[in-house]
Ligand binder design. Structure first.
Ligand code: ARG
Length: 422
């Protein structure tokens, strides 16, 4: 198969090199965006009279047919053609002849691939924003349902003060809210048209980039062609925002795993969202949550991978940048699947309000309230802290709860105690 760039070569490409350089197995995922970008580009070429209108029409018709063939699984992709862009252009020329060769006028794969990836991410970010919103709704509904449920709040993973389950869950609502803001902000920088930058230096053709931007609904166009084809900071930002989101989902998963442990018994996970053990018949494991926690590692890895790919690259495009796609695709898939499964699982989990309440009653969680009470009665806070500490110690030594202590305090009062602080 003759390469689209084969003109200056005497020999064909080694099979091992074709295999090594091909990105088709993963960038095939960009086909829809590649065609959308080409459609806008060819309309602009015709409007600017860079190509004849009749050629543009042939190209548009050909692209439409290719789109239908891919959609219906009839299109034959070939690894020999390196990537999705070459596959589509090659098929176009086979279909419509010489006019197909005019599509790539005033364009390079460098600005083409940057465009495709931006179009792809723009769509995926909108989808992720919707999924975060849905999960937030589930958290709010669960919080409302358990508005009176008291549970222990922890610091250092030691019982600290009583809190409401709703308070705890809505902490995650806030984290997800900031995640949303980060994705929305990232979207502004994704949503910039790079097309027209060509290989790196722009083009001598009288292109109309603003027109292409309007067709593809980009609010702005890139200012510097070398930057536009050679940076992937929008990818880094996207994976960073995803990493932070995953860290939040991972923390939540970790907490539910702990709450689900029978020593806590705060939550029971639905059977349909747990898995059994191949050897221990009694087991019901929180694998969905463990995998969410585990998959966080993949996304962090993807971030490290793209940062490392980019760190030493001279301007402008380098083939290293082809390595941007798998981390992006994997991040999109991972983030979406985690949000989806948690959103489905959460409403079906059963929170055990009684166990939470009982746990909050043990461990002197109201010691701070007692110290504050004493302060309101006129005692300096440090003294109140120390007095309360002594009460806690007294209770621990005598195996008493704080509640028992107040009844023995009342008894002492009746028999004439020192009432200085009352
Ligand atoms: N498959 C390539 C990539 O993903 C497309 C750009 C190739 N450009 C080039 N000059 N070889 O980055």
């Amino acid at each position: 198969m003759k390469k689209l760039w084969g003109g200056r070569f005497k020999e064909g490409t080694e099979k091992v090199v074709e295999d090594f350089t091909s990105s088709l197995s993963f960038d095939v995922r960009l086909w829809k965006y590649d065609i959308a970008g080409s459609v806008a580009h060819v309309k602009m070429l015709a409007k600017q009279k860079i190509i004849l209108r009749k050629d543009a029409e042939l190209i548009l018709q050909g692209l439409q047919e290719i789109k239908e063939e891919i959609q219906t699984g009839r299109f034959r992709f070939s690894d020999k053609l390196e990537d999705v862009h070459m596959n589509i252009e090659h098929a176009l020329t086979r279909k419509i002849g010489a006019a197909g060769g005019k599509l790539h006028t005033a364009r390079s794969r460098n600005d083409q691939v940057a465009l495709d990836l931006r179009l792809f991410l723009r769509d995926e970010i909108s989808g992720i924003l919707k999924l975060i919103g849905k999960f937030q709704k589930v958290l709010v509904t669960t919080a409302e349902k358990h508005i009176d449920t008291v549970m222990p709040g922890y610091t250092h993973f030691q019982k600290a003060q009583p809190v409401l389950l709703a308070h705890h869950l809505l902490a995650y609502y806030e984290m997800l809210d900031r995640d949303m803001q980060r994705f929305e902000d990232c979207l502004k920088r994704v949503n910039v048209l790079p097309l027209g930058s060509a290989a790196l230096a722009g083009t001598t053709f009288p292109i109309d980039r603003k027109y292409v931007a309007r067709l593809l609904k980009f609010p702005s166009i890139s200012e510097n062609s070398m930057d536009a084809v050679s940076d992937r900071d929008f990818v880094i930002e996207f994976i960073s925002a995803s990493s932070i989101l995953m860290a939040h989902l991972s923390r939540l998963s970790e907490e539910i795993i702990i709450w689900n442990n029978d020593q806590f018994g705060f939550i029971e996970l639905p059977d349909a969202f747990t898995t059994g053990s191949s050897i221990m018949p009694q087991k019901k494991n929180p694998d969905v949550l463990e995998l969410t926690r585990g998959k966080t590692g993949r996304v962090f890895g993807n971030l490290m991978s793209i940062l490392t790919v980019m760190k030493g690259l001279p301007l402008a495009y380098n083939r290293d940048m082809q390595e941007d796609k798998e981390p992006v695709f994997d991040t999109v898939d991972t983030v979406k699947s985690c949000l989806l499964v948690l959103t489905e699982m959460f409403p079906k989990a059963r929170f055990n309000s009684k166990a939470m309440q009982q746990s909050a009653e043990k461990g002197f969680l109201t010691a701070t309230d007692l110290a504050e009470y004493l302060v309101k009665k006129g005692m300096p806070f440090r003294e109140a802290h120390s007095v309360t500490g002594a009460i806690v110690k007294y209770c621990i030594d005598g195996d008493r709860a704080m509640g028992d202590f107040s009844s023995c305090l009342r008894q002492e009062r009746r028999s004439g105690p020192d009432r200085a602080h009352d």
